[in-house]
Design a protein around this ligand. Structure first.
Ligand code: ZN
Length: 698
């Protein structure tokens, strides 16, 4: 996923125009005197953030005032461009704060986040709802024919104008006040949601103190749990958490059905425990306020509002699309459930398959069918080797080189930093932060401490990109050894990172719509298990032996295994998101009831839970994916078809295709309509076929 920061503003080197002056004790107020101007993390203390934010607000307010008070007729230059380049300090501090608060948070940052959210929301509204400023933007927009604008500038102008309208600039004063109230409340609620979720995730631990309770677990999983116990001062015990790399292997291998139930129940009840961290009332409020906001802005539902700016455009189109995938997947999932039940019956288990059984029995069937499981492949997926594999792919496709740098500031010892170059020229900095910790939220994402653009004088600004995962950590005697799915996640986030690194635009800010942004990331997942790539990186961590061809073949054959389940849990979450955001009246929802009815409506089978239940669906309540979670599967239409472009030539490293993909997709960022971008790359619009074939549903 991609972390959506609080402001949809811009990203620039701070203080590019700073004169020589006294060094402030607040690192945000000085030009960073670090290599590549990487934020000086070791100097940044929690106490620096609030003063930096406040000064950032103040500076941007001054810049806005100067735009408004400009006596000259509004032009692109003196209005749109001036606006795009305003708020540099604010963007700077916000990028650092957002990244740290997600990946390395603590009580101080969480409390700043709560204090900040209403102030930040007011600051945004003060700009977006400023009449005089809007009139200037409108004047430029209405006179656009009079200015000589590049294609990118035309898009920037259109987007800026639409952003103002969509933020309420054309509303009456009374409605503007209502909107301000809603925005303020929404921003606070989403912060509360995220903080509750982190507390709930960290709040549960399955502690095992008897060896017999570890029955079925492979050695690597046991060691992992022992290592976790040790880090929590519970030497001699074994601890499993609700973090995916800890939980999933337990669900796959533990023979103890009661403990699987205990662990998985704790997982899917996160935020739904009727305690002081419960998220139900919070999301009911968010859902209601979003309908009110949509109505104020003239839309039937929040989904109508969000989707206007996407490839899909309307909720109807999204529902139709999801329905097609659902209809293809649900019979496959039902057949998978039947096969599992048959195995349970054959083994003499007198019970009905439940959600906490799915991983366990599907693993058994997979093992019987392909003689393959994660423990066989893990030794070949040492994390450093997997990263070398992804660097190799980026080198073959785009000629990029990655050099490890140990001399740059980092926010946590786990971070690995690389300088990215091409033909000896600097391209950007990439930080990679791979292991779970209590201070990091779940999932994987990619963000930037500085985004690519050009400064106001046209000078290149090089990106500083950060990708974060929650991968299997190393133990005392073993390095980090990944599952093939975790390897795939690394490639995915690396795809986002490549888009950020190879971006080549002029104006800062701007972003791809949710249903396009996963194309650069998901296309990278196609390379991870290609035999040509595996033979480069999949080496046994002890012997150096290359992954044997028979295992490669098994990986390939088993690639479509369990696809009914994986598709159904994903589409179920996407449908749940769309159901919440298609509500047309601001009603008080009973969350449990709403979720159940929504899932029953589509006939979700009881053996499968949606990938995210409402109370821990971070993407849609605080991650910027509201009415956008479908984007992951929508983008599969694009990535499956785009990868075909390489396959068709018989060369997955075809440099001409890669150059075209870079030029038409990666380099453009949000500077062009997504469908136009895709057609420029592929020559045609993609159909749903490639997705269904790719998932083995056809
Ligand atoms: Zn993603």
């Amino acid at each position: 996923m991609k972390k959506n920061l609080i402001y949809v503003l811009l990203l620039l080197i701070a203080f590019a125009g700073c004169k020589k002056e006294e060094k402030s004790s607040n690192p945000f107020f000085n030009k960073y005197d670090t290599p590549f101007e990487v934020p000086p993390f070791e100097q940044i203390k929690a106490a620096h953030f609030m003063p930096a934010f406040l000064k950032g607000f103040e500076e941007q307010n001054k810049e806005i005032k100067a735009i408004i008070n400009n006596p000259r007729t509004p032009t692109f230059e003196n209005t749109i461009k001036a606006l795009k380049y305003s708020g540099q300090l604010l963007t700077n501090v916000n990028r650092v704060f957002g990244a740290l608060n997600s990946a390395n948070t603590n009580d101080s940052l969480q409390s700043i986040s709560r204090e900040l959210s209403p102030i930040a929301s007011k600051h945004d509204d003060d700009i977006n709802l400023n009449d005089t400023l809007f009139l200037r933007v409108k004047s430029v927009y209405e006179n656009k024919g009079k200015f000589k604008l590049t294609e990118e500038e035309k898009k920037v102008l259109d987007d800026t104008y639409k952003d103002f309208i969509r933020s309420g600039a054309a509303l009456s004063n009374e409605d503007k006040d209502k909107l301000r109230g809603i925005n303020k409340e929404l921003s606070l609620l989403s912060v509360q949601f995220g903080q509750n979720l982190l507390a709930e995730t960290n709040g549960f631990k399955l502690v095992i103190d008897k060896k017999e309770d570890l029955s079925g677990l492979p050695e690597s999983v046991v060691n992992q749990a022992a290592s976790m116990a040790k880090s929590l001062n519970m030497d001699g015990k074994w601890v499993f958490t609700l973090q995916v790399p800890s939980m999933t292997p337990f669900l796959q291998y533990s023979d103890r059905r009661d403990l699987r139930e205990k662990l998985f129940t704790a997982y899917f009840m996160k935020g739904d425990n009727d305690n002081d961290k419960d998220n139900k009332a919070i999301i009911a409020k968010i859902a209601k306020l979003r309908v009110e906001k949509a109505h104020l802005l003239g839309y039937n539902s929040f989904a109508d509002f969000v989707l206007e700016r996407t490839m899909a455009k309307t909720p109807e189109k999204v529902f139709t699309f999801l329905g097609q995938v659902w209809d293809a997947a649900i019979p496959v999932a039902k057949a998978e459930a039947t096969a599992q039940q048959m195995l349970i019956d054959k083994e003499g288990g007198k019970f009905k398959l439940q959600p906490w059984d799915w991983w366990y029995y599907s693993e058994k069937i997979k093992k019987a069918k392909y003689d393959l499981d994660d423990e066989i492949t893990r030794p070949y997926f040492k994390i450093d080797n997997v990263m070398e594999g992804m660097f190799y792919v980026a080198n073959q496709l785009y000629g990029l080189n990655f050099t490890k740098r140990t001399d740059l500031p980092k926010y946590n010892p786990d971070v690995n930093t690389f300088e990215v170059t091409r033909n000896g020229n600097h391209v950007g900095i990439l930080m990679i932060d791979n292991y779970p910790r209590q201070s990091k939220r779940g999932g994987a994402w990619c963000g930037s401490f500085r985004g690519q653009g050009r400064d106001i004088n046209g000078k290149m600004i090089y990106p500083i990109v950060t990708m974060v995962t929650n991968s299997t950590p190393p133990t005392a005697d073993k390095p980090s050894l990944l599952t093939s799915e975790e390897a795939s996640t690394l490639f995915h986030e690396f795809g986002h990172a490549l888009a950020a690194l190879l971006s080549n635009k002029t104006y800062p800010g701007g972003s791809l719509p949710r249903d396009f942004v996963e194309l650069p990331s998901q296309i990278m997942e196609h390379w991870v298990l290609e035999p040509e790539v595996l033979k480069v990186y999949a080496k046994h961590y002890q012997t150096g032996e290359i992954l044997p061809a028979e295992i490669v073949a098994k990986l390939d054959e088993s690639g479509k295994f369990n696809t009914g389940f994986m598709t159904v849990e994903l589409v179920a979450a996407a449908l749940l998101d769309m159901e919440y955001h298609s509500i047309k009246e601001p009603v008080d929802l009973d969350i449990r009831k709403f979720e159940k009815e929504a899932m029953d409506k589509y006939g979700l089978i009881p053996e499968i839970k949606p990938r995210y239940r409402s109370t821990y669906f971070n993407h849609i309540w605080s991650g910027g994916y509201s009415a956008g979670y479908y984007g992951y599967i929508w983008c599969e239409i694009l990535d499956a078809d785009a990868f075909q472009a390489f396959k068709e030539t018989g060369n997955i490293f075809n440099k001409d295709i890669a150059a075209k993909f870079e030029k038409e997709i990666l380099a453009r960022g949000g500077t062009r309509d997504p469908l136009d971008m895709y057609i420029a790359f592929r020559g045609k619009e993609p159909g749903i076929e490639a997705l269904l074939i790719n998932r083995g549903l056809k």
